[in-house]
Design a protein around this ligand. Structure first.
Ligand code: CDP
Ligand code: CDP
Length: 219
């Protein structure tokens, strides 16, 4: 069974996808982490975020993979655990430029389809239901208002000891949504057969319950 969860930045996709995967004992794949890792790879090598050929060369020379640990899924670049390094503001603010490169997407989409293979999987991202797994059994398009998403990020940052102005978070989220929705290749878009879940006024538990219902309806 394949479950695709797409939606804009900070809608709660990875939180929900992880919980559903755990509940159903499915593999979880965070495709955003893969685009973030390629962005980090460019940064580490002083390659510009728009330098297609240099980025592709780096991708062929380095390995990106996931590993499951007791505290959740970690992402690796070669032997280095980059799970935290891919979440910095620098990476967040530039990932949309890297993810708009057609050739980068082609390579990552292939890796994502290989990961899905014939295992039960929950995959979250922007183009899972439309491009990566167009035949997914259940497709969720998870949304929430920009204000709510910025509030959630604010709280999340505060828990890590970082106080980011709310307006800055709102602007960053809105700018990334715009870029992700307007790029030429596989833009963020609800698949025709996806079910929209607006989590603006829902707790995490309520969203998990709703998605579980949708999965059960399919079985
Ligand atoms: O968690 P957050 O919503 O901040 O973003 P993410 O899921 O980690 O994705 C980071 C970025 O990767 C997005 O803003 C997109 O530019 C890109 N991405 C994509 O293009 N396609 C995907 N399937 C997943 C992410
Ligand atoms: O993966 P994506 O960027 O879509 O979002 P996330 O990183 O899973 O979630 C962003 C924040 O919203 C996290 O701190 C969640 O705990 C919180 N949250 C949520 O995901 N869903 C709710 N219904 C309420 C809060």
């Amino acid at each position: 069974m394949q479950i695709a969860i797409d939606g804009p930045a900070s809608a709660g996709k990875s939180t929900i996808a992880k919980l559903i995967a755990k509940k159903l004992d499915f593999v979880y794949c965070d495709t955003g982490a893969m685009y973030r890792t390629v962005t980090l790879l460019a940064k580490k090598n002083n390659v510009g975020y728009g330098e297609t050929l240099d980025i592709l060369k780096l991708m062929s020379e380095h390995k990106i993979y996931f590993s499951n640990k007791s505290d959740g899924q970690h992402v690796y670049l070669d032997d280095e655990d980059v799970s935290d390094a891919i979440r910095t503001e620098e990476i967040t603010n530039n990932v949309s430029q890297v993810s708009a490169i057609k050739e980068v997407r082609a390579k990552l989409v292939k890796m994502q389809r290989d990961m899905a293979g014939d295992t039960d999987i929950v995959m979250d991202g922007r183009d899972i239901g439309t491009t990566v797994l167009p035949n997914a059994d259940v497709k969720i398009f998870l949304i929430a208002s920009v204000e709510v998403r910025a509030q959630r990020r604010f709280k999340e940052n505060l828990e890590r000891g970082i106080k980011t102005p709310l307006k800055e978070l709102q602007d960053e989220i809105a700018a990334r949504d715009y870029k992700d929705s307007h790029r030429e290749i596989s833009p963020l878009k609800k698949a025709d057969d996806a079910i929209e879940v607006d989590s603006s006024n829902m707790t995490i538990e309520e969203v998990v319950k709703r998605v579980t219902e949708l999965v059960n309806e399919h079985k």
